[in-house]
Every structure is written in C-alpha cells, then in structure tokens.
Design a protein around this ligand. Structure first.
Ligand SMILES: [Zn+2]
Ligand SMILES: [Zn+2]
Length: 473
C-alpha cells in the first residue's frame, strides 16, 4: 500500500483559483519575499526530512492510550475573567475547573495579562456584588478589598497569586495566556497565546491572513527569543464571519484552530453562506497537505467562557468544550509538547480510550457512557480530488466574503460505524483521514442548541499525502 508514496505529487491547481481569493493576497513585496523565503525553508527542510525516511518511519505507528508513563489530562485553553470581559474572578473560575475534573486551564483575557496591581469598584465589575459575595464565601481569608473615596473596591488577584493558591502539583495546572484580540477592517481576528509572561500587543496587518500570520510570527519569535515554551492558535474563525479557509490555510507556523468554541455567537456550524468550522478544517487540511506543502493543522475544542453565574443558560459558559491530552507529566511544557505533536483529541462530551494511527490506517476506541450509542465517522480527502472552487453569492448575486464552495471530494466521509470502536484501513490514495465521534446524547449545555456530545480525532496523513507535507516534529 505504501509503494506509491515516492511517486505522489500534489494535483495541479488552476492559477485562477489561487488568484481569486478575496483580500488574502495583498502584501508588500518585502513581506511577500520574506514569506516565500520562509515557505522555501520549510519545504526544503520537510523534503529533506522525508527523503531519508522509509515509509514505515514516515507513518510512525502512534498509540494514544494510557500507560504507567502517560495519562489523559483534561484542559481548557480559552477563559475570560474580570481582567477583561468575563464576569468572575480568576480564583473562582480556577476553583470551578478544579472541582469539575479538569487538570489544566489557560486564562486568556483580551489583550491583557493578570500580572499588575489592579483595583476595581465592585459594583462596576461584570459579576457585580453577586460574584464578590461568592468570592468572599469561597475564600473568606483571602479577599483584598477596601473603601476608597467612598467606593467599595476589590483588588484583582494576579495569575501568580491564584496559581500559588489553587494549583496542585501533578493534579491541577494553571497557565497564563492572552487572547490577542486583533482585527482587519471590522473583522475580529483573535488568537490565543499560551504560557506567556509579557503582554503581546496585536500586530495588525493588511489582510485577514496577514493579521493572523503577523501574530503567529510574533508569538513564535517570542518563544524563540525567550526559550520559553509557548503556543498560539487561531480562535473561532466564524466569529464575526471573519476568517475563511483560504485565509487560514497558508498560515506558516500555525498548528491549531478552534473547531469547537463554546461561545454561542461563533457559528461553529456555519450560516447560509458560511462553511461550518469542520468544513473549513477539511478545506484547510486539503490545501495545506496537497497544494501548499504545509503541515497538518489540528482542531481544538474550547470553552471561551465569559459567564459563570447562571449555568446552564445561553450565555458563554464553562464546561462546553475541552481537549484531552496524553501527558507524561503536568507542566506547561508537557501540555504544549503534547498538543503540538497531536497527542490529544478535542471533545464536547465524548471520552476516548485509545487512538492508534499507522501506515495501515486509524483506529478509535470510545470510553462509553451507559445508555449512549455512538457513530464513528472517518473523514478525509483522496488524491485526485477536484480542487476547483466557487465564490459564494448572496440572493442578489453579490459576492459574499466567505469560504469558497468546493467539491464534495474534499472532506468526504470515507466510512461510518456504529459502536464503541472502529477502524479505517487506508486504500492507498488518502491525503489524510480524521475521525468524528458523535454520541446519541444531547450536549447538556451546548454552544448551539441541538449539539450532540462529540469528539474530534486529529487528522493523520495518509499514503496519498505528498512527501513534502505532513506533521512537523
Ligand atoms: Zn475571541
Ligand atoms: Zn475569547
């Protein structure tokens, strides 16, 4: 089945499709030159890496399963608090996650880090008197409050203080992050940076793609400069209907995006004119692997919690989406390393026991809940797919800024099984395959009404994947 690997090439892409992307290609010549140089470096490095590998090494057999050395750890990578537009205190939020079975949590307020002295008038905070009273009740010995010029004020505890108080070595880890909240024109473009020590100002840019790339580049440069492990991911592409598959596919250095975000206004399932985040993912994967010689992009599930007092409701609440990472130890470096290596799955309610991938295919085993049944779908794109795409038009025939429409060849369902485990065996032309598990049970507090509990298994390259693409080590 692997004899054809050396001979595979990406299908030719008609030039007009590349040129017709709206807005995404405007760059200064200097930026374009820098970027094409960077692309060349990546392509050459990957080609050199693959060239020396036998098929068996290229498709390393990977088993994601608990052993004495590694355990599944549940984490949320997207959280808001009183430091920006959330309605609760860091310590109350951390306590909720700790009590709710999570092992790690990243605080990601908008364009701010919780590391300065900050006093807020209690009645003007989003959580108001209610959040303050709950804080006093949970932490009676610790709340720092005062009367100041006739106002009752509270000091927001810093990340370091909250981490010292609530983290438990080996059991519960807090990570400082930031939601870099940028924009292009009126389109919101948000990226989460994890494990940062200094606040990162949004970098801006002359197109949606350039804004994403500039922020990714900056975080990765900070990581290089400081030697500190950091991660960056693109948030909620359909928030403000801002980010298309064509914007996201060419981003260099971006390993992740949010395929599931718990905020009720992020359009995970798309709109009449806009692709769902899963559809967007398949287009991005196909373009990156088969056309752009870029590595796989992984899908994350996150909460994006802002509201903590009336659960469940239609506000943006915690507990909706998370990642399960297979970790040898609970540290920021181990979390980031596991996520970057694809040693995780995303979930909105389904737990998995085991994921195996190899040159033969992909195997998924569910950790079932009594009374629930499961559909396991294997999804991917085959070599020889139709790469053409079409602009989306509204009812008046006017073009819509949206992910273009592509053939059903892209992101097709290879197979579906009912049960608690299933295997997909490669037939030889798959560029990639991923799996989605859907429970028969409704999500108890979903992002969108009607969501079923789900899990997203990360894509793996198939035998039809061009040799210059694939996961970066
Ligand atoms: Zn956001
Ligand atoms: Zn957010």
């Amino acid at each position: 089945m692997n004899g054809s690997i050396e001979m595979t090439h990406p299908p030719a892409v008609p030039g007009d499709l590349q040129e017709s992307e709206p807005g995404a290609r405007r760059r200064t010549p200097r930026h374009a030159a820098r970027r094409s140089a960077a692309v060349m470096v990546v392509v050459v490095a990957l080609a050199a890496m693959w060239a020396g590998l036998a098929p068996a090494e290229r498709f390393r057999s990977i088993s994601l399963v608990e052993t004495a050395q590694q355990r599944w750890h549940k984490g949320n990578l997207h959280t808001h608090s009183h430091w920006s537009d959330g309605d609760d205190y860091l310590e109350s939020i951390a306590l909720w996650y700790r009590d709710s079975g999570y092992q790690f949590l990243v605080f990601t307020d908008h364009n701010v880090l919780p590391n300065t002295e900050r006093w807020e008038t209690i009645d003007k905070t989003r959580g108001g008197r209610r959040a303050f009273d709950k804080l006093l009740e949970k932490f009676p010995d610790w709340v720092d409050h005062r009367e100041h010029k006739g106002l009752h004020q509270v000091r927001l505890r810093t990340f370091d203080e909250v981490s010292q108080r609530l983290a438990v070595p080996g059991e519960f880890l807090l990570i400082q992050g930031e939601e870099i909240s940028d924009h292009f024109d009126r389109l919101p473009i948000h990226l989460n940076a994890g494990n940062v020590r200094e606040v990162i100002a949004p970098r801006g840019g002359d197109s949606v793609s350039e804004v994403i790339q500039n922020n990714v580049d900056f975080v990765l440069a900070e990581r290089q400069r400081t030697g500190r492990p950091m991660m960056v991911h693109l948030n909620h592409p359909n928030f403000g209907l801002a980010v298309t598959a064509e914007d996201l596919a060419p981003i260099i250095g971006e390993r992740f995006f949010e395929v599931y975000n718990g905020h009720p206004h992020v359009h995970n399932s798309g709109t009449e004119h806009h692709a769902s985040t899963e559809r967007l993912w398949d287009i991005v994967l196909t373009k990156r692997l088969a056309e752009l010689q870029l590595p796989i992009m992984y899908g994350l599930a996150v909460d994006d919690g802002h509201n903590y007092h009336d659960m469940p409701s239609r506000e943006s609440e915690p507990g909706r989406g998370w990642v399960m990472a297979l970790l040898p130890e609970l540290t920021p470096a181990a979390v980031i390393q596991a996520l970057e290596a694809g040693r995780f799955y995303a979930s909105s309610g389904v737990s998995l026991k085991r994921i195996d991938s190899s040159d033969r295919g992909l195997f998924v085993e569910i950790d079932p809940v009594p009374g629930e049944t499961y559909a396991i779908e294997f999804i991917g794109t085959r070599r020889g797919y139709d790469p053409r795409s079409y602009e989306v038009l509204d009812r008046k025939g006017q073009p819509v800024r949206a992910t273009r429409r592509y053939s059903a060849d892209i992101g097709q369902r290879f197979s579906v099984a009912q049960g608690t485990s299933a295997r997909y065996d490669f037939i030889g032309d798959e560029i990639y395959v991923r799996a989605r598990v859907t429970s028969s049970a409704a999500h108890p507090n979903p992002s969108e009404v009607g969501d079923l509990k789900s899990a997203w298994v990360q894509p793996v390259p198939g035998p039809g994947c061009p040799p210059t693409a694939g996961p970066l080590e």
